[in-house]
Design a protein around this ligand. Structure first.
Ligand SMILES: Nc1ncnc2c1ncn2[C@@H]1O[C@H](COP(=O)(O)OP(=O)(O)OP(=O)(O)O)[C@@H](O)[C@H]1O
Ligand SMILES: [Mg+2]
Length: 190
């Protein structure tokens, strides 16, 4: 199973991706987590990425695409994977298309989670309190949501036109949402 999980900040992509990874026995790959790991460990990549993540801007495509390409080449990806937080703009969609064409491994589906802005803001405020992410300040959150609306949300149409989109309501109990996703995927990909 090769999946993307898409949706605005705070909608629960990481939470649902981890559960899907367990359900299907595939790795969940989050570009945001990879950047945060590198920032925490003060790697060269982390220092460069931080100058963008702390402003709520996208890390440059060249850097992000390379990270994904290297990650998809690792051994644990043979049975599939779920990508969380990538692609985020049209140029990353093109880059991913090229990677998957090279590997001969097409996408099976794109899970799109959605929720009202009030719900998203509330969840991110809670996460800021719990995890202290440096990009969960009100200003940076607003910037990230704006970037999402402008650059990422239009990609849902792209994948919809390809017949890959599975739209799921991201409001409700975590396990109920997970069950909705799995039911929709099993119906689609079987
Ligand atoms: N595909 C990407 N392209 C460019 N920058 C990215 C990409 N993925 C992550 N980043 C950078 O890392 C930051 C954190 O990403 P991440 O996906 O964890 O957070 P998010 O957008 O707040 O979503 P969520 O609320 O689901 O965690 C982004 O704001 C951006 O700067
Ligand atoms: Mg996340």
């Amino acid at each position: 199973m090769r999946l993307l999980i898409m949706g605005p900040q705070g909608v629960g992509k990481g939470t649902q991706a981890a559960k899907l990874a367990e359900h299907y026995g595939i790795p969940a790959i989050s570009t945001g987590d990879i950047f945060r790991y590198n920032i925490k460990n003060k790697t060269e990549l982390g220092l460069e990425a931080m100058s963008y993540t702390d402003k709520g801007e996208l890390v440059p495509d060249e850097l992000t695409n390379k990270i994904v390409k290297d990650r998809l080449a690792m051994d644990d990806t043979k049975n599939g994977w779920i990508l969380d937080g990538y692609p985020r703009n049209a140029s990353q969609v093109e880059a991913l298309d090229a990677m998957l064409a090279d590997l001969g491994t097409p996408l099976d589906a794109v899970v799109a989670l959605d929720a009202d802005r009030d719900v998203l803001m509330e969840r991110m405020a809670k996460r800021a309190a719990e995890q202290g992410r440096t990009d969960d300040t009100p200003e940076v959150i607003a910037k990230r949501l704006e970037t999402y609306a402008q650059e990422t949300a239009p990609l849902l149409d792209t994948y919809g036109e390809r017949g890959l989109l599975v739209a799921i309501d991201g409001v409700g109990e975590i396990d109920a949402i997970q069950a909705d996703i799995v039911a929709a995927l099993d119906a689609k990909v079987a």
